[in-house]
Design a protein around this ligand. Structure first.
Ligand code: GTP
Ligand code: MG
Length: 604
């Protein structure tokens, strides 16, 4: 809607009725209608220091927030003006002008700081307006407000506070410190400095831990923690004349430096101020701001705020929790960069952990705030220990995974060979063991296996025990069979050799027998020749005898017979028989037996 970012002039948002804060319905209605994200700029500071004038400059108007012209404090409560953002289309610039602090007529410091705190809680840019210079009073005032603001924030946020460091960063408004009628020169030890350096220097802490130094440092530390982003602008006096009606003067009548400084300030606010954001990244729009206003004002009006000491504790808790988070995130970052899992040894990991842990603790110490009993540092230590355990487990797992992959890579071909039966042979077990040994050496030679290298190998070998046994049994079975075959072969060969030798012997015997036979035949032939010779001789003798006898007596017939002793003699052939005269008749008698012959010789 057109009206959502356009108001003709400011309206009162929170009225300050005798110390009681009242939220104005008219302002809430305006807010509830604005759906655009809001950049909220609030200004606070001592009364009559030109706050309203400055806000009008930001609205781009000469008139708007009422500018006082007398010593009487002018603005009351908190006034609001929503205008279109001059640099961010679709955004609304919400200007909050506040009642001045330290009004002597009012004399209520508590009410002052409540308004101050509300402004800081509602804004995304918090302009702290002071006169002339940064002094201890201005620092103390800002510090008090930060304490109260912290209490309010802790009480009104869910879960009793902001736990996330990023959220804290978003939730805190940026501080812009404006110094009006700045008459000093920005110089230190003869060196020129910027306004920001001046602010930085004013908030610098002293070294030491004595009570005085602590009192000096505490407000500065609180301001630094409370406002992580800080900027400072110094303004010259707007004019050399008496300035009771500054807004009526033309630009030409104003100090040129002042006009320029105002332009720089406005440009910074328009370009750098962030959208008001709540924890969880919620961008504040009209209804959301309306809600915040009601919540904070109710909290203040309940008058049940804890004392200042508790506020410091709350701050300490939040700051230290954030410091722990920062330290842990630094540790994670370092370990992420340095650790290459799996580490070769556990010691390597422990060394990296220790150096990162040392740095993380340093970061914590730098960012911690009033961790007097070191309870937060102990908590950090516990969390770092847990992280170490976790990393050790991750490292073990990385090593196991790496070793498993490596084992599979190296031993895979052996497993395949076993499957294909290449080791299912006599002696296969030995070959399998040899190959395993060879592969183990190869495995050991591989670098960066991590701390699980041996365990993973042993586990693998154990898991392959059954395979090894199977190879062994197959080997035994096949060896026994082979032995049997070998024995049978040896037996067969022996039998064959025996048979062959029997054949040889038989042949030899046969040869001998044949030789004997040949000799025998030869002898027989010899004998036959001899016998034939003898017979021929006998025949001749007989013939001669017969002749003689014939001559002497009448002729008689003589039979000569030859007797055969055995069958072999028969085989020698039919012996010729000759009729001889009977022995008795003719006087023939056995004469002798030749030893080499079975032939019985009968001598006539
Ligand atoms: N010396 C001086 N006077 C200024 C400056 N800016 C504005 N003034 C004048 O100071 C007077 C008070 O101005 P305001 O803007 O009403 O001051 P304020 O801080 O809002 O005052 P309260 O609302 O009463 O707290 C006016 O007369 C302005 O013209 C400045 O930079 N220097
Ligand atoms: Mg004013």
């Amino acid at each position: 809607m057109a009206s959502e970012t356009y108001m003709p002039g400011p309206v009162c948002l929170i009225e300050n009725m005798e110390g009681q804060l009242v939220v104005k319905q008219e302002a809430l209605q305006i807010l509830s209608a604005i759906t655009q994200p809001m950049v909220v700029v609030a200004i606070v500071g001592v009364c009559s220091t030109g706050k309203s004038y400055l806000m009008n400059q930001l609205a781009g108007k000469k008139k708007g927030f009422s500018v006082g012209s007398t010593v009487q404090s002018h603005t009351k409560g908190i006034w609001m003006w929503c205008v279109p953002h001059p640099e961010k289309p679709g955004h609304t610039l919400v200007l909050l002008d506040t009642e001045g602090l330290g009004d002597v007529e009012k004399g209520d410091d508590k009410n002052d700081t409540q308004i101050f705190a509300l402004a800081s809680l509602l804004s995304s840019t918090f302009v702290y307006n002071t006169m002339n210079k940064i002094d201890q009073g201005a620092i103390d005032l800002l510090h008090n407000v930060t304490e109260l603001t912290d209490i309010l924030r802790a009480r009104t946020l869910p879960d009793n506070g902001v736990k996330d460091a990023d959220d804290i960063g978003n939730f805190f408004p940026d501080l812009v410190w404006t110094i009006r009628d700045f008459y000093l020169s920005l110089e230190r030890d003869g060196q020129l400095m910027t306004a920001d350096e001046y602010l930085q220097n004013s908030l610098k802490m002293k070294k030491g831990s004595d009570q005085r130094t602590q009192s000096f440092n505490l407000p500065r530390l609180c301001i630094q923690k409370f406002f992580p982003t800080r900027k400072c602008f110094v303004f010259d006096s707007p004019t050399h004349q008496k300035i009771s009606q500054l807004e009526t003067l033309k630009e030409d009548d104003l100090n040129f430096q002042f006009v320029q400084q105002m332009a720089e300030f406005s440009s910074h606010i328009f370009n750098k101020s962030k959208i008001k954001t709540l924890p969880g990244g919620i961008k504040v729009n009209g209804p959301c701001l309306e809600n915040l206003v009601l919540t904070y004002v109710n909290a203040i009006n309940s008058r049940d705020l804890p004392c200042m000491e508790n506020a410091v504790m709350t701050l300490a808790q939040r700051e230290n929790a954030a410091a722990i988070k920062r330290a842990l995130s630094h540790y994670d970052q370092l370990m992420g960069q340095k650790v290459q899992m799996p580490t070769e040894t556990l010691q390597e990991l422990i060394d990296l952990h220790r150096s990162s842990e040392g740095e993380a603790i340093e970061i914590f110490k730098k960012n911690s705030f009033k961790d007097e009993d070191q309870s937060f540092q102990k908590e950090l230590q516990t969390l770092l220990d847990a992280k170490q355990n976790d990393i050790c487990k991750q490292n073990e797992k990385a090593s196991s995974d790496c070793c498993s992959a490596l084992l599979q890579d190296i031993f895979g071909p052996l497993e395949e060979a076993v499957k294909q039966g290449l080791y299912s042979k006599p002696g296969g077990h030995n070959l399998y063991l040899q190959k395993t040994k060879e592969l183990m050496t190869k495995y050991h030679q591989q670098p960066r296996k991590g701390i699980q290298a041996e365990e993973a190998l042993q586990k693998y070998l154990k898991s392959k025990e059954s395979v090894r046994n199977a190879v062994l049994q197959t080997d035994h079975a096949l060896t026994a069979k082979e032995k049997e075959i070998e024995e049978a072969r040896v037996k067969a060969e022996a039998a064959k050799a025996e048979a062959e030798s029997a054949v040889v012997i038989h042949r030899q015997m046969q040869q001998m027998m044949e030789e004997k036979e040949r000799l025998h035949q030869q002898q027989i032939r010899q004998m036959e020749i001899e016998i034939a010779n003898i017979l021929a001789q006998q025949h001749r003798n007989l013939a001669h005898l017969l002749q003689v006898l014939n001559q002497l007596f009448q002729p008689r017939v003589v039979f000569l017979s030859f007797l055969y002793k055995d069958e072999s003699m028969k085989q020698c052939g039919e012996m010729k028989s000759t009729r001889v005269a009977r022995g008795r008749d003719c006087g023939i008698r056995p004469w002798g037996v030749h030893p080499s012959s079975t032939v019985t010789k009968y001598m006539v």
